[in-house]
Ligand binder design. Structure first.
Ligand SMILES: Nc1nc2c(ncn2[C@@H]2O[C@H](COP(=O)(O)OP(=O)(O)OP(=O)(O)O)[C@@H](O)[C@H]2O)c(=O)[nH]1
Length: 797
């Protein structure tokens, strides 16, 4: 219980030991729609855990996790920040606070890749918002708890939000605590004062002046909360019984069918079981800004979210076994000496240089050991290892299975990129030779997918002498943020920087100018267009005198998918939905004959394919999208060749040559299509709809009442029924739905729209709705530009 944690606060504020038992580690992410209160909640978690001695606030720009100058200035999270702290003096929580803005979705994707559990924060007034639905889907399969925040705001609706969680996020819920209110002495309006803890059967009230002071009151039969508590427990136990046989047995036999006789520990165990199985989501509430409800949330993190030993196993490229032992954590290929880790984030620290965040999946990573990057084939020694507390580093000797930490040192900076897998021996400093070449050194954790960039801007040095510095600064930026892309037009020499949205490019520009001191000019932000091919092309058996032999085809993605062969090695080019296929590579069987490794060859082929597909569109030189470069089986290189540079140049030329065989008519221009949800008052609906379908060429998917769950396209009928049947306490504050009369009732329009038509939409929506309308937009996919709009697009590009 958190009271124990509180009591300890004044006494124990020491750093945790690096050797925390793996079963006591929680790697969690905080995910939500923008402004739901992720950073505010994280800040309180750090304070209540004893990690910080004062509470930072987003609005004053002094939080621990939003430490970039741009984050403090704008009051939003831009990059995910990792921080470790203790709870209950025994659990170690590694927490990543992720950005909520859709432009920084890659930060969420890469964090989710290495996390075992999530806290989803919701704004009690806004309910389940569009970005919440999106991140919830991205976190599929990861156990979650929900925190309904901002219960202090007028219009907060706990039960309304809880109902939306069931219906829109398609999960059963377990109400771990519910809000309690007191009446304002003057206005008599309800004021949020604490929570009813359904599991511990207590009422917790926070002192508005002292954040550490909480009064705890047992709920007994004569309490005003007793009958509410009985109903809440009954409802919780019914949901638990749907899944947990052991609980049913306990309820019927030991508790003799009495809901109130199931003890705290038995309930915690059962809630944990359902959460880990992704059968249900525990729900809690509070108001982080007022320091209310955060300690129970931390208790929920350790009580209900998985340790690394219980988490989803990593997805890897081969079929070796991954077993989990309570003592050693995950063991890959039955080898207790094998360490497997994945790099998920790279940052450049002004003092420490390049820092690579890794998650260790098996074994133990030791400083000073030689490691192998199985994604690139590079072998190198790692330097110091550190654990980060936002921007403060603590040096550690080792990172064990399940932990998140940082690699530092110059060798590391040259050899590791986001998504790479690192393999090493846990005991011998230079023990790579004793690892199995194919099953262990060849093992890769599936890479982190990068979403496609949809906006780009030309960028150029102010003076010619600054070109090199500009290139270096851009590559630093891209190393940190692979969702930014750079391409150079070989004919005009123009450099284009592409990203996930206008804000993303704006921040990149700010960082280039102010943090990296690059003397550059950045042009107008424009939509990124692509081209694709609708026919295959090939170059057969190119043989050079010095012994290189390759046959290559370039195919549309759907053609390659239709003829997928399980012996082929598919590699994502991490860009534009393009792939490289190496035919028959999983079937070689015999001894590897070449000096260079398969990983080095594959890495070279990936680089040459990316370069060749960058500017190959025949209609307008746009980069190619949804294309596959296939290297046919039977390829060879000279046996004594020690470098891959020739493979790079030869295959790049071959891809160009193949593409040149296609006619212009076999190419098509693609544009980014966005899904949008627009919230407007009923009275404004007509104008907004007319504008969307007319000027913006939108394809309307649905029009729903904002809080009407009877008609949403993403409402599953099964969960709608569960939502209707769920027992929920009456909302004490005035819910938004009850405030609105039919004339002002909010409507949500969902539609698919070309991004080009949405560039100035915010201003347009404001003027159509007198400032009351709002919208949210996310990437849907690339689609062929319709013939009527193509000439205009090409003319203006
Ligand atoms: N009334 C009220 N306001 C809150 C509460 N929690 C956060 N806020 C405010 O909501 C705004 C957004 O809070 P943040 O913590 O930055 O939200 P976020 O989810 O981290 O935002 P992004 O990371 O930019 O997506 C700030 O103005 C906070 O002060 C709360 O419990 N009650």
């Amino acid at each position: 219980m958190f009271e124990k944690g509180l009591r300890r606060l004044g006494v124990v504020r020491r750093f945790f030991s690096a050797k925390t038992d793996t079963s006591l580690v929680r790697n969690i992410g905080i995910i939500a729609h923008i402004d739901a209160g992720k950073t505010t909640t994280t800040e309180r978690m750090l304070y209540f855990s004893g990690k910080t001695k004062r509470i930072g606030n987003v609005d004053e720009g002094d939080t621990i996790t939003d430490f970039l100058p741009q984050e403090r200035l704008r009051g939003i999270t831009i990059q995910s920040a990792a921080i470790s702290f203790n709870w209950q003096n025994k659990f170690r929580i590694n927490l990543i606070d992720t950005p909520g803005h859709a432009d920084f979705t890659f930060e969420v994707i890469r964090s989710l890749k290495v996390l075992d559990g999530c806290v989803t924060i919701l704004d009690a007034v806004a309910g389940v918002e569009a970005q919440t639905e999106k991140v919830w889907k991205q976190a599929k399969g990861i156990p979650k708890v929900c925190f309904i925040n901002k219960m202090d705001r007028a219009g907060a609706g706990f039960s309304r939000t809880a109902k939306e969680i069931i219906a829109k996020l398609n999960t059963r819920i377990l109400l771990v605590n519910t809000p309690i209110f007191t009446a304002d002495p003057v206005s008599r309006e309800p004021v949020f004062e604490g929570v009813l803890d359904v599991v511990a059967q207590k009422v917790l009230r926070w002192d508005s002046k002292d954040p550490l002071k909480v009064s705890v009151e047992e709920v007994t039969v004569d309490s005003q909360y007793w009958s509410e508590l009985v109903q809440l427990r009954e409802s919780m136990i019914e949901t638990l019984s749907e899944f947990d046989e052991e609980l049913v047995e306990y309820f019927l036999e030991t508790a003799e069918g009495e809901y109130m006789r199931i003890p705290y520990d038995v309930l915690i165990k059962s809630i944990r079981k359902l959460t880990l199985a992704n059968f249900a989501t525990p729900i809690l509430c509070g108001a982080s800004f007022r320091n209310m409800g955060v300690q129970p949330l931390l208790d929920a993190v350790v009580n209900y979210l998985p340790s690394p030993l219980e988490a989803k196993k990593p997805e890897i490229n081969t079929d070796v076994s991954i077993e989990v032992s309570q003592k050693g954590g995950a063991v890959v290929n039955k080898n207790n000496n094998l360490c497997v880790a994945q790099a998920f984030k790279v940052i450049t620290d002004p003092i420490r240089g390049i820092m690579i965040y890794v998650r260790v999946y098996a074994g133990c990573l030791n400083s000073g050991f030689t490691v192998y990057n199985s994604s690139t084939g590079a072998k190198f020694k790692i330097g110091k290892l550190v654990v980060m507390h936002a921007n403060v580093a603590e040096e550690v000797k080792e990172l064990r299975c399940g932990e998140i930490g940082v690699l530092t040192g110059s060798t590391v900076s040259e050899n590791v990129r986001t998504g790479d897998t690192i393999v090493t021996h846990c005991i011998k400093k230079d023990g790579l030779r004793s690892l199995d070449k194919i099953k262990e050194l060849g093992l890769k954790i599936n890479p982190i997918e990068t979403p496609p960039p949809v906006f780009s801007a030309a960028i150029e040095p102010r003076t010619l002498g600054n070109k090199k510095m500009m290139e270096d600064s851009i590559s630093k930026l891209i190393r940190e943020d692979p969702s930014l892309h750079v391409s150079v037009d070989e004919e005009t020499g123009q450099t284009l920087l592409s990203g996930m949205g206008q804000l993303h490019l704006e921040i990149a520009k700010d960082r280039l100018l102010n943090e990296l001191n690059a003397d550059v000019e950045v042009g107008k932000v424009m939509v990124s267009y692509k081209e694709t091919i609708n026919a295959c092309c090939e170059v057969q058996d190119l043989e050079t005198e010095d012994g290189f032999k390759f046959s290559i085809t370039v195919e549309p993605l759907e053609v390659a998918r239709a003829s997928k062969n399980h012996d082929d090695l598919w590699q994502s080019l991490s860009l534009d939905d393009n792939f490289l296929i190496m035919e028959g590579q999983l079937n070689h069987g015999q001894e590897w004959p070449f000096q260079v490794t398969l990983e080095q060859i594959t890495s070279a082929l990936i680089s040459s394919s990316i370069a060749a597909l960058q500017k190959s569109g025949k209609i307008a030189n746009f980069p190619l999208h949804s294309c596959v470069v296939r290297v046919k089986s039977g390829w060879t290189i000279p046996l004594d060749e020690t470098s891959v540079s020739k493979i790079l140049t030869q295959t790049r030329m071959l891809i160009f040559e193949a593409l040149n065989k296609l006619e212009k008519s076999e190419f098509a221009v693609l544009e980014p299509i966005m899904h949008i949800s627009v919230n407007v008052k009923q009275g404004d609906m007509g104008h907004v709809l007319q504008d969307l379908t007319g000027a913006r060429k939108a394809n309307i998917l649905s029009i729903d009442d904002e809080y009407d769950m009877n008609s949403g396209e993403n409402v599953d009928v099964k969960f709608q029924k569960i939502a209707e049947d769920q027992y929920l306490p009456k909302d004490s504050t005035m819910g938004k739905a009850s405030i609105s009369s039919s004339a002002t009732a909010n409507k949500t329009i969902r539609a698919l729209v070309p991004l080009k038509e949405m560039v100035t939409y915010m201003n347009r929506l404001r003027s159509l709705t007198q400032g009351s309308g709002s919208y949210h937009m996310g990437y849907h996919g690339m689609e062929q530009v319709t013939t009527d709009r193509l000439p205009n697009i090409l003319e203006n590009y």
